[in-house]
Write a protein that binds this ligand. Structure first.
Ligand code: ZN
Length: 360
């Protein structure tokens, strides 16, 4: 158990406990303005007797507001009668970053790179330690909602890392498809990154399935991104057997929800990513959903300081569907500015293609 963080209400109630509680994860802090302080992260529990415990997380990155909005909405409206088991919601993990409109915490830490945390580390590391040691082991499943933040813009979609553990991968795929999103985006491990340092990676390290999504980006919510995330979250909770309430997302967003279950396979990051080869102002030359062929122009980089220099072209390294474009124009060499994947009409077509490739 963590010595440096705790919850203001009891997280270890008996299995037959019934009630809705809101409070804080309190992390020990000491600041210039308050010698004996706590950094407080809101948490809500809605429990109705025995059943699965599902943890809903958002705001891992501060400038990804789609998940935070959906999780805050869920925490406000979820009632005991809607639940079987327990839904635990931490809607804004990185509060200081969220308030500042930044991906990273004010001390420069990326919350999604500090796992499994440190009991005596920074505030972010203490929070990660609490999640990793006190919460994840007690949960049956976890959903961690992301988006492109200010710098990127994804097709709003459920996303899944193609983990090497086949049993876990199959369970994660089952949970992803349970969300009934229009798109499920399959990716590989983040390049040049320790996968266990990510929040979802830490859940996987503990042998548990984790659902994730990239529900838009550019640091804004849109009607479309909120429709996709609200529906996916509700379907996820219902699929896990923990939500037994009304179809709220369907009633709010009835006209715009698409459950067609298309797959975009961008697992091979060596060709799926296109990156900036120069600092400058990036111009998207393709839009989300657009089909491109290998070698097609996807963007241009303009020199900040002079119109005399030629623009630098960024070209597709594979054919496929554009799943990610740049969300913010200034770029630095090495920034990913576009992601392309192979589009499949449904999971069956994707799996058939995998079988054909392995048979070759
Ligand atoms: Zn994120």
């Amino acid at each position: 158990m963590s010595l440096t963080a705790n919850c203001t209400f009891d997280l270890n109630t008996s299995s037959d406990f019934v009630g809705k509680r809101s409070g804080y994860i309190q992390i020990g802090d000491s600041t210039n303005n308050s010698g004996w302080a706590h950094h407080c992260v809101p948490i809500t529990s809605v429990k109705n007797g025995s059943g699965p415990r599902v943890l809903v997380l958002a705001g891992n990155h501060g400038d990804e507001y789609e998940g935070q909005t959906a999780a805050l909405d869920l925490a406000r409206r979820l009632e005991v009668a809607d639940v079987k088991g327990e839904v635990l919601i931490i809607p804004v993990l990185s509060i200081l970053a969220s308030a500042a409109g930044t991906r990273l915490w004010p001390n420069g830490q990326n919350f999604n790179r500090v796992f499994p945390g440190k009991v005596d580390g920074t505030i972010a590391e203490k929070l990660a330690y609490f999640l990793s040691n006190d919460l994840f082991p007690t949960c049956d499943s976890v959903i961690d909602m992301h988006s492109g933040g200010r710098s990127m813009h994804f097709i709003p979609s459920i996303t899944m890392v193609w983990v090497s553990n086949v049993e876990l991968r199959n369970e994660m795929l089952r949970q992803s498809l349970m969300c009934k999103s229009e798109f499920t985006l399959l990716g590989g491990e983040q390049p040049s990154t320790n996968p266990d340092s990510l929040l979802p990676g830490d859940v996987v390290r503990q042998g548990k399935a984790v659902a994730t999504g990239e529900f838009g980006g550019s640091g804004v919510t849109t009607a479309q991104s909120m429709s996709v995330i609200s529906s996916a979250l509700e379907n996820y909770l219902r699929g896990m057997g923990v939500y037994v309430g009304k179809d709220v997302a369907a009633s709010v967003y009835a006209d715009s929800i698409d459950h067609s279950g298309k797959i975009i396979d961008s697992r091979d990051y060596s060709v799926s990513f296109a990156s900036a080869s120069k600092d400058g102002i990036y111009e998207n030359r393709v839009d989300l959903h657009q089909h491109v062929e290998v070698g097609d122009l996807v963007g241009l980089i303009h020199d900040f300081k002079t119109a005399d220099n030629e623009v630098v072209e960024v070209r597709a390294r594979r054919s496929g569907t554009v799943a990610l474009v740049r969300g913010y124009s200034p770029v630095t060499t090495g920034d990913v500015v576009c992601m392309i994947g192979e589009l499949f009409s449904d999971i069956e077509t994707f799996e058939k293609s995998l079988q054909e490739k392995s048979a070759r």
